[in-house]
Write a protein that binds this ligand. Structure first.
Ligand SMILES: [Zn+2]
Length: 244
């Protein structure tokens, strides 16, 4: 299995991590939009760094746009598989993606007015409201604390991340040629003893973690209890062995 970081590396937005199994199946963890990187932002959001139509299945950690915002582009680019998420994430993502599409359409209308005055060709929005609506039909609910099959030899289970409603850590077990690999994708984590949301739940003992830069800092205590972790947020992903 290979893991490639196509976002939330050296930044905290654009979360997109691609697992490629030995049998060629590709599993995408999150499909977030890059935000607030100036001129680079639009270019990053228009180029995935992989072929959407080659992705077999997607697992979404939570609804925030920096984790879900490019799902409509994934689907319009040829992705036809399921997108697993918790029931609350499905509801929230449906609302947020349509809202995001409205913003994309408004922004491009304004940009194109300026471009027309300068004699430049029109640009298309990242995605339209119609494309966002179509994309949400791929969302497939799975409940917390129940293992489910992702694809042949791969199962996953959501545990509550306590970050926003429906947010989850994604715990994955990959079986390849009789060898088992356990990994957890943190998504974004919440706080303990919050007034409204539940505290982050415990999750199974795993071998590999991947986190964005904020999460790597926030989760040091959790990381130290486990054998190896991978910080997606650093310049080069770092694999670190447990010290005790
Ligand atoms: Zn978030």
């Amino acid at each position: 299995m290979k893991i490639a970081f196509h976002g939330a590396a050296r930044t905290v937005t654009g979360s997109k991590h691609l697992l490629t199994l030995k049998n060629g199946k590709k599993i995408l963890l999150d499909c977030g939009m890059f935000q607030g990187l100036g001129k680079e932002t639009d270019l990053l959001n228009r180029n995935f760094g992989f072929e959407p139509k080659e992705v077999d299945v997607m697992i979404l950690s939570h609804a925030h746009i920096d984790h879900s915002g490019l799902i409509p582009r994934l689907v319009s680019g040829g992705f036809t598989g399921r997108i697993f998420c918790t029931p609350a994430t499905k509801d929230l993502t449906t609302v947020l993606l349509e809202d995001s599409a409205e913003i994309q359409e408004d922004d491009i209308r304004y940009t194109n007015k300026r471009r027309a005055a300068e004699g430049l060709p029109y640009l298309k929005p990242l995605y339209t409201i119609e494309e966002a609506k179509k994309a949400t039909t791929h969302l497939t609910e799975r409940h917390y604390n129940e293992w489910f099959e992702v694809t042949d030899g791969v199962k996953a289970m959501y545990t509550d991340a306590g970050h926003i409603i429906g947010s989850a850590c994604v715990n994955i077990i990959v079986n390849e040629n009789g060898k088992e690999t356990r990994l957890t994708f943190s998504g974004d984590g919440g706080r303990y003893r919050d007034a409204i949301l539940k505290s982050p739940d415990t999750f199974p003992r795993q071998i590999i973690f991947f986190l964005n830069q904020l999460m790597a800092t926030a989760c040091m205590m959790i990381i130290q209890q486990h054998q190896i972790c991978c910080y997606a947020g650093l310049k080069k992903p770092v694999f670190k062995k447990r010290e005790s």
